[in-house]
Write a protein that binds this ligand. Structure first.
Ligand code: PEP
Ligand code: MN
Length: 332
């Protein structure tokens, strides 16, 4: 249940009521909001005179539900905005991992050439094998920060576990929580205490309900800037790496108020399919795309098979603009 308190209720009083009714307490649009379990169907009558609006929900998809807030939330990433009334499709692009200054400099230059604002690259990689490249760590984050200063780009990088969450929060403009880290409550709770935008990737064995409930940890912690990312789920199919769940994407768009980014690169796992999928995702009217692109994919230290080369990406970005325009959206 979500209880919005009257504007006149001050913080100390809101916290007092929250303690009494065992609720999370956040601030939204200048008023305090209490969130309790969705199994609560009636609000505590003792504080009735201080309630402004009560929303009873069927399940724990609460703050993210369009029943609570109908309009897609607006998320600002420095100079760019998605969601709200914007009709923006944010194109996030870059290599899987930061590998060297020379490599990330080439990636940054490509984005500048194409007028793309947001550079992605992992510094802490959640690899399936302990024997493969695990990322450059803090040095990688510093190189990304250098690209931000030098080229005026926004930076997104992933947090692998709670031990680097502070570093990623400090260096990145968007904090990415990867598919394998999606359930890490240390990360989720910490990300609830920052105001930086968080891109939460869906675990590949995660139901939509579980996915959205992980987003609720961040929202209920007080961070309103949560972006969902569908990146493929595991199915019986083995010819492609994962299966991009566009039905799930349609569900999230319909029922949640969180901006939605689609990631065709990790879903299919092979570069050949990324352009077609990226156009299909754009045509769905999602709030953004995440695409892996590398100066020389053949030598990439992670996710080599799925990264586009720069020429393939140049061609793709042109066609994405046309697809977006055809449905009244703009690639940013
Ligand atoms: C990535 O974005 O490079 C990544 C590892 O993604 P995921 O968490 O979706 O596997
Ligand atoms: Mn990757």
């Amino acid at each position: 249940m979500i209880i919005e308190l009257k504007n006149s209720v001050a913080e100390t009083r809101a916290q007092e009521i929250a303690r009494e009714v065992k609720a999370f307490c956040i601030r939204h649009n200048g008023r305090f909001v209490l969130i309790t379990s969705s199994s609560d169907k009636e609000a505590d009558k003792r504080f009735e005179s201080e309630y402004e609006r009560i929303t009873v929900l069927a399940d724990d998809m609460q703050l993210s539900s369009r029943k609570y807030m109908n309009e897609t939330r607006e998320v600002k990433i420095n100079n760019v905005t998605i969601g709200g009334k914007t009709n923006h499709t944010l194109l996030i692009a870059g290599p899987c991992s930061v590998e060297s200054e020379e490599q990330i400099e080439q990636s940054a230059a490509l984005l500048k050439e194409l007028g793309i604002s947001t550079l992605r690259a992992g510094a802490f990689k959640p690899r399936t094998s302990p024997y493969t490249f695990q990322g450059m760590g803090i040095e990688g984050l510093k190189l990304l920060a250098k690209m931000r200063e030098k080229h005026g780009l926004n930076i997104i990088s992933e947090v692998r576990d709670a031990t680097q969450v502070e570093d990623v929060i400090e260096y990145a403009d968007i904090i990415q929580i990867g598919a394998k880290s999606m359930y890490d409550h240390g990360i989720l709770r910490r990300c609830g205490k920052t105001n930086k935008p968080v891109l939460l990737k869906r675990g590949f064995g995660t139901t939509l309900q579980e996915f959205v409930q992980c987003a609720e940890f961040i929202l209920a912690g007080g961070n309103e800037n949560v972006i969902l990312c569908e990146r493929g789920i595991r199915t019986f199919e083995t010819k492609t790496r994962f299966t991009l769940d566009l039905c799930g994407a349609a569900y999230l768009k319909e029922y949640t108020n969180l901006p939605l980014i689609l990631d065709p690169s990790h879903a299919i796992g092979y570069a050949y399919g990324v352009p077609d999928l990226a156009r299909a995702c754009t045509a769905m009217g999602c709030d953004g795309l995440l695409i892996e692109v590398h100066p020389n994919p053949a030598v990439a230290k992670s996710d080599a098979s799925q990264q586009l080369n720069h020429d393939q990406f140049r061609t793709l970005s042109k066609s994405l603009k046309a697809v977006a325009e055809s449905i009244g959206r703009k690639i940013i």
